[in-house]
Design a protein around this ligand. Structure first.
Ligand code: GLU
Length: 290
């Protein structure tokens, strides 16, 4: 049984870019006669905006995008994340890290990837007098113990074959942050498994998180969903559309216009009629059979 999801961070209302991911995940789930779940990813509390979750759910409903079952809130899931971290610590696959961002950048000579320095593994052998700040996954150790290939590869239903060497390109990534908050990678993996997600459909900006999530799934003995990363809406500066580069909240007075704009990004034909008719029409198109 297909189970898909849309997992917005409540940092503001939906905009033209986030609607594309919502629409694509809904259409793919319905094409496969599956379930579509919604999860509010409110772990990064400093970035969350109070009330944005309700606005997002209302915007989705106005476009005819209604979730099956209860909406899951990551802020309620701390115990599950703690349990997962303990499992990794017990296996010797997670360790405390005392490095500051500056120390990591200095050690790496500014080797940055998406503004995040590749972690050089400084605390892997112990804290050496430093105070524990964050928890990290020992990528090398997981790969070795589980006899995994050094380069992770997967077939993305939209992008085709993808590869990443997590150790070289990302390093030992954070599971629990220095400020005590749970990292996106751990939360998303634990919750995709908890919600029984079989297919992840989300924006292409998240594609390069997939190998980290696959590694965590293997380390936690969880199954790996099938992935599809859909095209992004770009802002005036050429970056992914976001509040920072001018994204407007969706105009709820014209939900069909918003849906048609999102559909165009996915290469789907424009549709005249009601939102429900448009959704039913697009869900039957062959693109979702890929
Ligand atoms: N919460 C993430 C975001 O809004 C999406 C996570 C995911 O789909 O895996 O960018």
């Amino acid at each position: 049984m297909y189970v898909g999801r849309f997992a917005p961070s409540p940092t503001g209302p939906l905009h033209a870019g986030s609607l594309v991911a919502a629409l694509a995940s809904w259409l793919d789930a319905h094409h496969h006669r599956g379930l579509w779940r919604v999860r509010i990813e409110d772990v990064d509390t400093p970035r969350c905006v109070s009330g944005a979750d309700d606005i997002i759910l209302k915007q989705l409903a106005q476009c005819g995008l209604v979730a099956e079952g209860e909406v899951l809130y990551q802020s309620q899931r701390g115990q599950a994340y703690q349990f997962a971290l303990e499992q990794l610590v017990n296996k010797g696959w997670a360790y405390p890290c005392g490095c500051s961002r500056k120390e990591i950048e200095d050690a790496q000579g500014q080797r940055l990837r998406h503004h995040t320095p590749v972690y050089p593994g400084t605390c892997r052998e112990g804290l050496k007098g430093k105070t524990a700040r964050a928890w990290r996954l020992n990528v090398q150790q997981v790969i070795k113990d589980l006899a995994l290939p050094l380069t992770c590869s997967w077939h993305d239903r939209w992008l085709g074959r993808q590869t990443q060497n997590v150790e070289q390109e990302v390093g030992d990534f954070v599971l629990k942050r220095a400020d005590g908050l749970w990292a996106y990678q751990l939360a998303v993996v634990v919750d995709d498994a908890f919600q029984g997600i079989t297919h992840v459909v989300r924006g292409a900006d998240l594609a390069d998180n997939t190998p980290r999530q696959m590694l965590l799934q293997q380390a936690l003995g969880l199954s790996t969903p099938i992935y599809m990363h859909t095209p992004l809406v770009l802002g005036a500066d050429g970056d992914k559309l976001s509040k920072q580069n001018g994204a407007q909240a969706l105009d709820l007075n014209h939900p069909l216009a918003a849906l048609n704009a999102a559909a165009a990004v996915l290469g789907l034909p424009a549709f005249e009629g009601t939102c429900a008719q448009a959704l039913a029409y697009w869900a039957e198109l062959a693109v979702w059979g890929r």
